[in-house]
Write a new protein. Structure first.
Length: 365
C-alpha cells in the first residue's frame, strides 16, 4: 500500500513547535558593507568570530572587519556579509539579497548615509508586502519609517568601551543589529546591559522619542541600556495594534509566519486536492503547532490559540458562482464544504506573550 503522505505535515509542525524557542534564540543577520579590498565576492557567511581566519580578514578594510566582529558579538545564528563596491548601487545588491537571505532575517548597513538607510527601509517594506518576506531593517535616523519591521535607532553619538571611543551613531548599527538578531525569544532587548558602550549621547526627550517609534539607548548608573524594545510603528488600526510596536512580538509573529508559510510551500502547496477534509488536516496540524508554542510560553497557554476556516471570506468568494441569495442561505458547515478553486481561506486567533517590562508597586502604611 502506498504512503498516504498528507498527515506528515502534522509531524513537521510538531517539530517546528517544539523547537521554536531553540530556533528563535538566534536569527540571521545580514550586514551590508561597501568595500573594494576584494571584489571577487558578493556574500560571505560566518557563524562566529572563529570563522574569521587571516584569509577572511584580508578581504576587508580595518573598519569593515571591525563591524563584522561587532555584529558577531551578538551571537546571531549566522552573519551574512553582503559586499558592494564603493561605487556600486544598493538597488543591485538588494536584488542579490533577495536570492540569498532567508525570508526572516535582520538587515543593516555599516556606515550608511541617511539616504542608504532610507533605501533599506523602502526595500524591506516592499519585500515584505510584495514577496512574502519578513525582513527586519535596523537603520539609523531614517526619515520615513512607521513600520513594524523597521527599527530606527536615533542616538547621535555612542562611546565605545574599546579604543574607538566616541563615534557617531551609525557606527553602532552593526553591533546593535547583531545583538537583536542573537536575542532569545524569551527576553526583551531591555533585559541586558550593552557593555560594548561606555556611554551614549541621550536625546532630549527619550519618552517622547520612544512613543514616536524610535529605538533609543540611555545611560543607567554607569551602564548603557535599551530604553524600550520598540520598532518604528506608530500608526495603528483594527488589524495593526499597539502590541505590534514591540520587537519581541514581531519576532514571534515572524517566526510563526515563516514556519507556516515555508511548511505550506514545501509540504502542502499543489500536492493535495482542495476539499474540506484536507483543509481540516492542515488546520489540525497548525493548531498542534500553536499548542507547542503555548507550552513554551511564546503564546499564552490560557488563551484559545487556534486556526479555523475563514467562513466569511469563503462565503463571499462563492457569491460569484452561486449568487448572493443561494450563498446567504448556507449555514457555516455548508460554507466550509464549498471550497473555492485553488484557494484555502484560513484565519487564526492567537495571543503572543510579551515580556514583563513595566512595574508598579505600592506600599501603604
Amino acid at each position: 500500500m502506498a504512503d498516504i503522505g498528507l498527515p506528515k505535515i502534522d509531524i513537521v509542525f510538531k517539530g517546528l513547535g517544539t523547537s521554536a524557542v531553540q530556533r528563535g534564540s538566534k536569527g540571521t543577520a545580514v550586514l551590508i558593507i561597501k568595500d573594494d579590498t576584494d571584489n571577487t565576492f558578493t556574500f560571505a557567511e560566518y557563524a562566529s568570530a572563529g570563522d574569521l581566519t587571516s584569509t577572511e580578514e584580508a578581504k576587508y578594510t580595518a573598519d569593515n572587519l571591525q563591524y563584522i566582529k561587532d555584529c558577531l558579538e551578538g551571537i546571531p545564528l549566522k552573519l551574512i556579509v553582503a559586499r558592494m563596491d564603493t561605487i556600486g548601487t544598493l538597488t543591485d545588491l538588494f536584488t542579490d539579497i533577495k536570492g540569498k537571505a532567508p525570508m526572516n532575517c535582520w538587515i543593516g548597513i555599516a556606515e550608511g548615509a541617511v539616504a542608504d538607510h532610507d533605501a533599506l527601509v523602502s526595500f524591506v517594506k516592499s519585500s515584505n508586502t510584495n514577496d512574502n518576506k519578513r525582513y527586519k531593517a535596523f537603520v539609523h535616523n531614517a526619515t520615513t519609517t512607521d513600520d513594524m519591521h523597521v527599527v530606527n535607532f536615533i542616538n547621535i553619538n555612542v562611546k565605545f568601551s574599546d579604543s574607538r571611543g566616541s563615534q557617531t551613531g551609525e557606527k553602532a548599527v552593526a553591533y546593535l543589529m547583531g545583538y537583536l538578531a542573537g536575542l532569545s525569544l524569551d527576553i526583551s532587548s531591555i533585559a541586558k546591559t550593552l557593555d560594548k558602550f561606555e556611554s551614549v549621547t541621550e536625546p532630549s526627550d527619550i519618552e517622547g522619542d520612544v512613543n514616536t517609534g524610535k529605538f533609543v539607548l540611555y545611560n543607567d548608573e554607569g551602564d548603557v541600556r535599551v530604553a524600550r524594545g520598540v520598532n518604528s510603528l506608530v500608526t495603528t488600526s483594527q488589524d495593526i495594534t499597539d502590541d505590534m510596536k514591540f520587537i519581541l512580538i514581531i519576532e514571534v509573529m515572524d517566526l510563526i509566519y515563516s514556519d507556516i508559510f515555508t511548511t505550506w510551500k514545501n509540504f502542502y502547496k499543489g500536492k493535495y486536492k482542495n476539499y474540506l477534509d484536507n483543509q481540516m488536516l492542515l488546520i489540525g496540524a497548525i493548531n498542534t503547532y500553536f499548542k507547542a508554542l503555548a507550552t513554551d510560553l511564546l503564546l499564552d497557554p490560557e488563551y484559545d490559540n487556534k486556526t479555523t476556516v475563514d467562513i466569511e471570506t469563503q462565503r463571499s468568494a462563492n457569491v460569484t458562482t452561486y449568487g448572493e441569495e443561494t450563498v446567504s442561505s448556507w449555514d457555516d458547515n455548508k460554507v466550509m464544504q464549498m471550497t473555492v478553486g485553488t484557494n484555502v481561506y484560513l484565519n487564526s486567533n492567537i495571543k503572543i506573550l510579551n515580556a514583563m517590562e513595566d512595574f508598579q508597586f505600592s506600599i501603604y502604611m
